[in-house]
Design a protein around this ligand. Structure first.
Ligand SMILES: [Zn+2]
Length: 153
């Protein structure tokens, strides 16, 4: 780049001009802002498993559903870790439930509908890289039709 004052060529990371001494303001350098994304796994109706509330509480249901998916979720988070880090709970609290009232012959039960984890990262330069790494994993999982994974805004 060139010095905004004397217009002589100076290095990209200069804080001041070596010729005229003018200070180079931070806003004249490219600044990459952190961005926020959400990692979501959707479970289509009938694919979220079931947990009877006769045998446990809503908390127990979340813990159960988290237990069966945490290996996969951690694999995803490890894959995108250089680019994105979680900023919401990575645990049973990330599991959303749908309630089903019981009938005469069955007790009230729940199924998991989604797992949602908020992420912080730098989408401008790195989301594409993260997405490329994830596409293969997602394609494999989404092909089975048991869940739909996405990184969304
Ligand atoms: Zn200068």
């Amino acid at each position: 780049m060139n010095c905004p004052s004397c217009k002589k060529p100076i290095s990209e990371d200069a804080s001041f001009c070596q010729y005229c001494g003018a200070s180079i303001k931070a806003q004249e350098k490219p600044v990459e802002e952190f961005g926020f994304k959400t990692f979501v796994i959707w479970f289509p109706p009938g694919k979220g498993g079931s947990y009877s509330l006769k045998d446990g509480t809503e908390f127990a249901a979340r813990a159960f559903f988290w237990g069966v998916t945490q290996e996969f979720v951690h694999k995803i988070l490890a894959t995108i870790a250089p680019m994105f880090v979680p900023i919401s709970e990575v645990g049973p609290g990330a599991v959303k439930l749908r309630y089903h009232s019981g009938g005469i012959f069955s007790d009230e039960w729940v199924e998991k509908t989604e797992i949602r984890i908020a992420l912080k990262g730098s989408p401008q330069s790195r989301l594409n890289e993260a997405q490329k790494r994830l596409n293969e994993i997602f394609r494999e999982m989404n092909k089975k039709g048991e869940m739909i994974c996405e990184i969304t805004d």
